[in-house]
Each structure stands twice: as C-alpha cells, then as structure tokens.
Write a protein that binds this ligand. Structure first.
Ligand SMILES: Cc1cc2nc3c(=O)[nH]c(=O)nc-3n(C[C@H](O)[C@H](O)[C@H](O)COP(=O)(O)O)c2cc1C
Length: 401
C-alpha cells in the first residue's frame, strides 16, 4: 500500500514510544521505506537497535554524528521524505516546532522539509489541556501541520482523560490519506449505515443482533479516504468512526429509517451495511415486564424496509445493499438486488469461518441484479470496503448522468 513511499518516523520521549515499534513494523509490511529519527529522550524509552532492525535502515539519534548513509546529511532526509510522522509527539516537540527551534536532528528535519508533517500527540491529560499546549497545536494547525488524536481513556500515569496516543490504525489511515492524493470520490456525498438496531421491549430489554458495525465503519473510512464527504448512520456499537467521518447515532430501525430517508436524497452513493431488525415488538411496555410462570409470548410487527424504500426513490444514485445469509446465499442475494433496485448486493454467508459480524475479516460475494457474481476471498474488512468502493467507482464511470 505504501510501496516506494519514503516515510520518516520521528519518535520522542513519551511513555507511548514503544508503540512506534508496531507502527514502523506496519509501515514496512505495507511497503514503505522507513527512516526513524529518535530524540535523546526517546532513547530512554526504546533502543535504536529495535527500530533499526524493523526499519532495515540506520536510525538517526545524533545531529553531529558521521552519517551512516552517504545521502543522510542534516537535511537530506527532509528533502527525500514523502511524509514525516512524529509518533508519539511530546508537548516538547510540539512547542519546538511551533517556535521554529531546530536544536536536534528531528526538529531540524521538520523545519527543513516540504513534506506533510503528521503529529500524534501523547501526554498526560493535564499537560494536553494546558492552554500553552493547546495554543501551540492550534497555531501549528493553522500553518498546515497535521494532527491525529490524541485519544481518551486510561493514561500511563494512572489518570483518565484525553492524551493517550490514538490507535495505530487511525494513524496509518491518516498517513494513507496524506500519501494518496488520488480522490475519485471527491465532491461526492456517501451515506453509509452500520451496526445493529435495538428494538425495545420495555425500559430495560431489547431485541438486537450480532452486528459489530465493523464492516460499515470500514466502508465509511475508505470512502472518506477516497475523498468523499461521508455520513455514517450507526446503530449502537463500541467503535469510533474514522476522524473526518460524520456520524449520526440511532437506536431503533424506525430511527434508522427516518435518519436515512432524511439524508438519502442529498447523497450520490448509499451503502447499507447495517443489520436492521426486520421485526420489532408490537408494543413496548412502559414498565419492566415482570417475571411470571407460564412463559411469555412476544408479538412482533414488521419494521420498514429501508432498502426497498430507497430503491423505489432512487434516481441518479448508486445503491448497495448487504445480505447476511445462512442458506442459499447467492440466489437470495440476486433476487433481493433485482427486487430492490440495487446496483449490487454484498452477500456473506455468516456460517463461514472468517465471515460475518464478529472479527476483522469477511468473505463476501458481490451479486449484481443481472445475475453476475464476483466472489472475493477471505480478507480484512478494510480490503472488502476498498473493493466495494472500487466497484462503485466503476459503476459511476459507466452511468450517463
Ligand atoms: C517516564 C516519563 C514519561 C514521559 N511521558 C511523556 C509523554 O507521554 N508526553 C510528553 O509530552 N512528555 C513525556 N515525558 C516528558 C518528556 O520526556 C520530556 O518533556 C522530554 O524533554 C521530551 O523530549 P523530546 O521531545 O525531545 O523527546 C515523560 C517523561 C518521563 C520521565
């Protein structure tokens, strides 16, 4: 993915420095040519040897040391870089860059580069919210420096709050976004639905399904990376949307119906990955249903068929549905694609290992209304999302409008 891209990873003196190990390893696996620059403080947390082994390049730790490569002089890397990532970025490096200091190899490289610089701050939450740090970040953003994170949660110092290094997946996604300027979905609005719905029985109970939302969140992320303006309408999930993706949270199928119909008309592409409940309890008890002998019979009623409704209203739009089946997957899917006026349907047999709701992989087939089928092998949900969008882009190119 990052083949032939030269990425400089600057590592500074944060307790999160160890996460640079995984970052460098992921960048290498994705084909990047990675050079690491460590500050003096970073070397207290991590040895250059680890990063040298993983990056397969010399690690620069000293401003005035004899270069280990002929072309790595004090601004050589700055000129050669496609992207500089500072992961983790301390309050100190943020301040130094803000004030134009160049007193070590990393700050000098940042001062001398024309490449995009992406900083992933990591620090104690009080440090992060210190108005001086906030002002420095705001000022750097204004000058075009890019930031990703920090995330919230438990911090290494024992406190809770915002300041922890954001997940590597998000940092890698941002890097991907910066390196690949080809944006075939630029100017397009994409609506993605994700996750399960909850159909309340009473104030404490609901009917739901096993959807994790991961597939839809991956589609939203990839559409955003391809340049689209993305609205993600999501049922209850644990996951956070990719930065830049607008997210509207709903709970029930009826709320999903209203939210989707309110926004669908504005969107050129609609991808419905959500596992919307087909039925809801006919009545919702205002009080908690009491335990009693003799069992309980629930009466269910149909929820609106959002996809069918969108298919009826569809004009100059691309509409993609998802079908999770446990039997006769392909024939059900083709029927559904034709009946609901879809451009194609993404069908998965959720009984297969590595497919469906849980986990990070999926095994799907793209089924077209005329009966054509494209089987995709087992792959990550991000890769499935990319192939779905590739198909959408191809169809978009074939349409007259
Ligand atoms: C155990 C320990 C953990 C630290 N963690 C952080 C951190 O997460 N973020 C931060 O901004 N500073 C942290 N510091 C302070 C920095 O290491 C210190 O400000 C240093 O001067 C940063 O230098 P550098 O930016 O050149 O790497 C930590 C210090 C220690 C001793």
């Amino acid at each position: 993915m990052f083949k032939d891209r030269r990425i400089i990873v600057g590592i500074t003196g944060s307790i999160a420095a160890y996460k640079a190990i995984e970052l460098v390893s992921s960048l290498k696996k994705k084909g990047a040519d990675v050079y690491c620059i460590m500050t003096k403080s970073a070397q207290k947390f991590l040895t250059p040897l680890t990063l040298r082994t993983l990056s397969q390049n010399p690690v620069i730790t000293e401003m005035f040391a004899e270069p280990q490569l002929w072309n790595v002089e004090h601004v050589g890397l700055a000129e050669a870089a496609d992207l500089i990532m500072v992961v983790p970025a301390t309050a100190n490096i943020i301040a130094k860059v803000c004030y134009g200091l160049a007193d070590d190899f990393l700050s000098t490289t940042i001062m001398a580069t024309k490449a995009p610089v992406l900083l992933a701050p990591a620090m104690n939450h009080q440090m992060y919210w210190n108005p001086i740090v906030q002002e420095n970040i705001a000022s750097l953003k204004q000058r075009g420096y890019l930031f990703v994170g920090p995330g919230s949660g438990d911090l290494a110092c024992g406190a809770r709050g915002q300041g922890r290094l954001i997940e590597l997946e998000v940092i890698l996604g941002k890097a991907e976004e910066l390196l690949f300027q080809d944006k075939p979905l630029q100017g397009k609005k994409v609506l993605v639905t994700a996750g399960p719905t909850r159909e309340p029985l009473d104030p404490v109970r609901f009917l739901t399904n096993r959807s994790s939302g991961r597939m839809g969140y991956a589609v939203a992320k990839q559409a955003y990376l391809l340049g689209a303006e993305v609205l993600l309408i999501s049922g209850p999930t644990e996951i956070q949307p990719f930065p830049g993706v607008k997210c509207l949270r709903i709970e029930t199928a009826q709320e999903m119906y209203q939210a989707v119909l309110a926004h669908a008309e504005d969107c050129q592409i609609i991808i419905k990955t959500a596992a919307v409940a087909d039925y809801r309890p006919k009545s919702r008890s205002a009080e908690k249903i009491k335990k009693r002998s003799g069992g309980l019979v629930l009466e269910l009623t149909n929820n609106p068929d959002i996809l069918a409704e969108l298919g009826k209203k569809k004009k100059e739009q691309i509409l993609v549905g998802f079908a999770a089946e446990t039997e006769k997957m392909l024939s059900f899917a083709a029927e559904k694609a034709a009946q609901k006026n879809l451009d194609f349907i993404v069908a998965n047999d959720i009984t297969q290992e590595g497919a469906g709701f849980a986990g990070d992989t999926n095994i799907v087939s793209l089924v077209f209304p005329a009966g054509e089928i494209k089987n995709l092998g087992k792959m990550s949900k991000d890769d499935v999302a990319k192939l779905i969008l590739q198909e959408v882009i191809k169809i978009m190119g074939e349409k007259e409008w």
